[in-house]
Design a protein around this ligand. Sequence first.
Ligand SMILES: Nc1ncnc2c1ncn2[C@@H]1O[C@H](COP(=O)(O)OP(=O)(O)O)[C@@H](O)[C@H]1O
Ligand SMILES: [Mg+2]
Length: 230
Amino acid sequence: MIELRGVRKAFGKKEARVEALRGVSLAVREGEMAAIMGKSGSGKSTLLNILGGMMSMDSGEYSYGGQPVSFKSQKELAKFRRDEVGFVVQYFALAEDLNIFQNVALPLKYQGRSRKEIKEMVMGALSDLGIADKARAYPSELSGGQQQRAAIARAVVKEPRLILADEPTGALDEATGEEVQEIFRKLNERGKTILIVTHDAKVAGHCQRVIRMKDGVIEDDGLGGVPPLP
Ligand SMILES: Nc1ncnc2c1ncn2[C@@H]1O[C@H](COP(=O)(O)OP(=O)(O)O)[C@@H](O)[C@H]1O
Ligand SMILES: [Mg+2]
């Protein structure tokens, strides 16, 4: 489903220049659940942002479902993000001035769905995640675990094929983190392709594959082979 070839990305100029990705090649099959591990600064978030169409790359190729992802057209990129990708981050990033229903409804509004459809899909996602009773609550009224469930509901409500999670359990206690991990496992069972950046060996232990990054390259692609040169 995903094929990256020789992806490079640098930030800043001159002395401040940082090469976050220095030639990343990676293939991910549909239905896989993989962990991405590596020290802080190794390029994990940059990789995830490029995969989600949220950040452009300097060079290299990205093909998704056999089609090149066009970073040139903002319109096409926005459509890719809107329809294909669900993104979950460490600190939930819920809109504080919207209640949980409204937060989870946002991606569906962007898709231009009807009110009826939105209501059904949002309530479906909230019950799947066990927080249907929190629909009218505001983020600040929820525990960390409930907020992360709401954020996951928002990411999956549009039924994206690809779910990208950047340290989704990083701000949660161990028990809550395990609940969230269990949610990802169920989503994967339902066929979602899931990539999880994590420092937690337990979370990685639940994944079929562990991709290891070091200094902007993939040190181990988790398939036992040596990654190809860019
Ligand atoms: N927006 C940015 N501006 C400047 N440097 C950045 C930016 N994003 C990431 N970097 C740098 O790129 C490198 C990789 O960062 P990142 O992808 O966030 O790593 P990780 O998620 O593995 O901690 C780091 O050195 C980081 O400081
Ligand atoms: Mg990061």
